[in-house]
Design a binder for this molecule. Structure first.
Ligand SMILES: [Fe+2]
Length: 365
């Protein structure tokens, strides 16, 4: 399986991962003739899909939680947020089943190197993002040795960290392009509004509530809403801050393309100490595949390959299926293990855009 942009779709490609919209199945895994659906997917704001083809045959893309758990969690969160919008109530009990499923999945598979990004429709972003933020937060919490009860509190806070956005004008939340300073001031209020809303939820602990209030605070005190140095705040708030930013960067948004895992990890590293807790950043990035399975890379030989598999503890030296020679001519694919060929390195990652341009041009000639 591999992730491609809609512009890269070819007739022989088969859908590798089902696509959902508002809890309904839009396209089932295994669907063929995908070019027919390009316009409908674009209308939903979906620009990437997971596909199976001969290049990616036999390549698995691991996720920290099962697809079923992810969908269950999104569904419960949507219901919770809709109830909150219409009745101003939040029933944490409704969420506990989904929260426990996410925790169970993460405990079952604690060493997985996460490669998969959740691809969802543009207006589903808040749900998909909140679930992914919860997953990354729990990955960190688990590696820190949190108890089950701490994991539950961390998950509830992460899942609801952006609930205040429901109370902000959707025109500002969904605005494409740069926000005016006064619009940004309005957006910032989602932290305090969320916290106030969660105060009315009796079954939630204060530890979970403060994640909504402080998830945009930064280590150097330059965050919002209070400008408190994050080091002075509870560890939960520093965890959710990292998880929130990482998932936002690797997600496709209306105003920018998703970043590669490599770019997003670099961003966290570059801003560790000033913005993020260094120790927690290092915990998370050890669990993320820098070069995700199924992604196209350029090797130092100039050949292009696709990441087949990770080598545990050596994220920069995975197993690569080589697809082209050094002139980018297609060849019979073969696999190399970069742990055994130390003179070869990866020099560019997640190449799909540039590579597809080269090959589309080639096809037209
Ligand atoms: Fe937020």
């Amino acid at each position: 399986m591999r992730l491609v942009t809609l512009s890269m779709l070819k007739p022989e490609m088969v859908l590798g991962k089902s696509i959902y919209y508002r809890d309904n199945l839009v396209l089932k895994e295994g669907t063929t003739d995908l070019l027919r659906y390009v316009n409908s997917l674009k209308k939903l704001g979906i620009d990437y899909v997971y596909i199976e083809d001969s290049k990616s045959n036999g390549i698995e893309i691991p996720d920290a939680i099962s697809e079923e758990t992810r969908q269950q969690c999104k569904q419960v969160l949507r219901q919770t947020m809709e109830d909150f919008a219409s009745k101003a109530v939040i029933d944490i009990e409704e969420m506990s089943g989904a929260i426990n499923s996410v925790i169970d999945d993460i405990l079952k598979n604690p060493d997985v190197l996460v490669s998969l990004n959740d691809i969802s429709a543009a207006d589903e972003y808040t749900f998909s993002h909140s679930v992914s933020t919860t997953v990354y937060s729990l990955i960190i919490g688990n590696k820190l040795g949190y108890s089950r009860s701490m994991m539950e509190k961390l998950a509830a806070g992460a899942l609801l960290h952006d609930i205040g956005k429901i109370l902000i004008d959707p025109k500002i939340i969904n605005k494409v392009g740069k926000l005016e300073p006064e619009e940004f001031e309005v957006i910032k209020q989602h932290t305090t509004l969320g916290y106030e809303a969660l105060k009315r939820c009796v079954n939630l602990t204060e530890l979970s509530r403060i994640m909504a209030l402080y998830h945009h605070e930064r280590m150097d005190g330059k965050g919002y809403p209070t400008g408190t140095k994050a080091g002075e705040l509870h560890e939960f708030t520093r965890i959710v801050a990292i998880a929130d930013v990482y998932d936002a960067l690797v997600s496709d948004r209306s105003y920018r393309r998703r970043w590669s895992s490599n770019q997003a990890v670099n961003y966290l590293v570059e801003h560790a100490e000033t913005q993020f807790d260094v120790k927690l950043v290092s915990v998370l990035i050890k669990q993320i595949a820098i070069y995700p399975n199924g992604s196209l890379v350029r090797l130092s030989t100039n050949a292009i390959g696709i990441i087949k598999e990770q080598n545990k503890n050596f994220p920069l030296r995975p197993i690569v299926r080589v697809l082209t020679d050094d002139k980018e001519n297609d060849i019979e694919p073969y696999e190399i293990n970069l742990m055994e060929l130390l003179d070869i390195t990866i020099i560019e990652s997640e190449l799909e855009m540039s590579w597809s341009t080269v090959h589309n041009r080639g096809n037209q000639c």
